[in-house]
Ligand binder design. Structure first.
Ligand SMILES: Cc1ncc(C[n+]2csc(CCOP(=O)(O)OP(=O)(O)O)c2C)c(N)n1
Ligand SMILES: [Mg+2]
Length: 327
């Protein structure tokens, strides 16, 4: 990345649009939960919108995404259909996996959203496999694998980084470091200051970036994606961020200091990026309002369709589960 390089206006608008979409979808989902209209397990990505919005702007549309239970932001960024994402979260027949996956298992291979896993650290070895398959098939697609800071204490993280390094796999490992794993602050489970330093153990580049700065994140991701595509192997990106809603919906967050939370919420990446784009003349406030309103209408319709969609029929229980339905 060239020092002081500016991100193109078009790319910045695309990033803003994805951030706004994630933000608004999250608000709708939490609204439905609070009103009791739906009852699902939900891990809000609120506060982390910027990371996949920026990273996906550096990807090609047929590149692959692997993510976790806290992954609705990553899924939206991957380009998967919002209708299908929402329907799957509600267990409906019109969802990405016809309602059999649920909120923790969103996958839509047609749009490159390959895996969402609830197994902490479980996505990394799978990302390696997808990257290897892409290379063997000569597809030249890059796999972006998102995971949390807590995942970097799991053996699979270390094994996957090592294997990706020795095989020069076209993977970009993106750690969304939100400073907490479930109900435990990171400093109680790791001695390393920066998770990116762990890349040195495997001989690959490791970069820490402010994940709530979309421009900086985009530039770092663009370099890592290009390196992976050109056969240069994997990169570990540590994108610094914060969770505004705790671990899962309903978390009262007693273990998160309120002054720490207040300071981070004051730096909310969504309004901050909006203000930056306006201040730098990259967009007018009317232009951004128009984007927000268009998305709002789209999301309302997608929510209505997901709510109205049918549940899977009982007779579908074994469809897509077994090659041959057991007697
Ligand atoms: C292998 C495994 N161990 C433990 C858990 C329980 N668990 C679920 S989420 C979580 C915290 C993970 O933290 P992090 O990787 O930082 O992701 P975040 O939730 O902050 O996005 C844990 C320990 C799990 N799902 N899988
Ligand atoms: Mg975390």
């Amino acid at each position: 990345m060239a020092d002081g390089e500016q991100v193109e206006g078009r790319t910045r608008l695309r990033i803003y649009e994805t951030m706004s979409k994630i933000h608004q979808v999250d608000e709708r989902v939490r609204g439905l939960l609070m009103s009791g209209k739906i009852a699902i397990i939900y891990y809000s990505p609120r506060g982390q919108e910027s990371i996949p919005s920026a990273v996906s702007a550096a990807m090609e549309s047929d590149d692959y995404t692997v993510t976790t239970y806290r992954g609705v932001h990553d899924s939206i960024s991957s380009g998967a259909s919002l209708d299908e994402i929402l329907a799957e979260m509600l267990g409906k027949a019109t969802g990405t996996s016809k309602g059999k996956g649920g909120p923790m298992h969103l996958s839509d291979p047609n749009s490159g959203l390959m895996v969402t896993t609830g197994i902490v650290g479980g996505g990394l070895p799978i990302a390696n496999g997808i990257a290897l398959a892409s290379r063997m098939k000569g597809l030249n697609r890059v796999t972006v694998c998102y995971f949390g800071d807590g995942s970097t204490n799991i053996g699979a993280f270390h094994e996957a980084l090592n294997l990706a390094a020795v095989w020069d796999l076209p993977v970009v490992f993106v750690c969304q470091n939100n400073e907490y794993g479930e109900y435990t602050p990171r400093r109680e489970t790791q001695r390393v200051e920066k998770i990116s330093t762990r890349a040195a153990s495997y001989g690959i580049p490791g970069v820490t970036v402010d994940g709530n700065d979309p421009d900086a994140t985009y530039l770092v991701a663009r370099e890592a994606v290009a390196r992976a595509r050109d056969g240069g192997g994997p990169t570990l990106i540590e994108a610094m961020t914060y969770r505004f809603m705790g671990h899962m919906f309903g978390d009262q967050m007693p273990y998160m200091p309120s002054d720490e939370m207040a300071a981070r919420v004051a730096e909310d990446p969504v309004p901050k990026y909006r203000a930056l784009l306006i201040a730098e003349g990259a967009a007018t406030s009317a232009q951004l309002d128009e984007i927000d309103q268009r998305l709002s209408a789209e999301i309302d319709q997608a929510v209505e369709r997901a709510l109205a969609a049918p549940m899977p029929a009982a007779g579908e229980l074994f469809t897509d589960v077994y090659g041959e339905v057991p007697a």
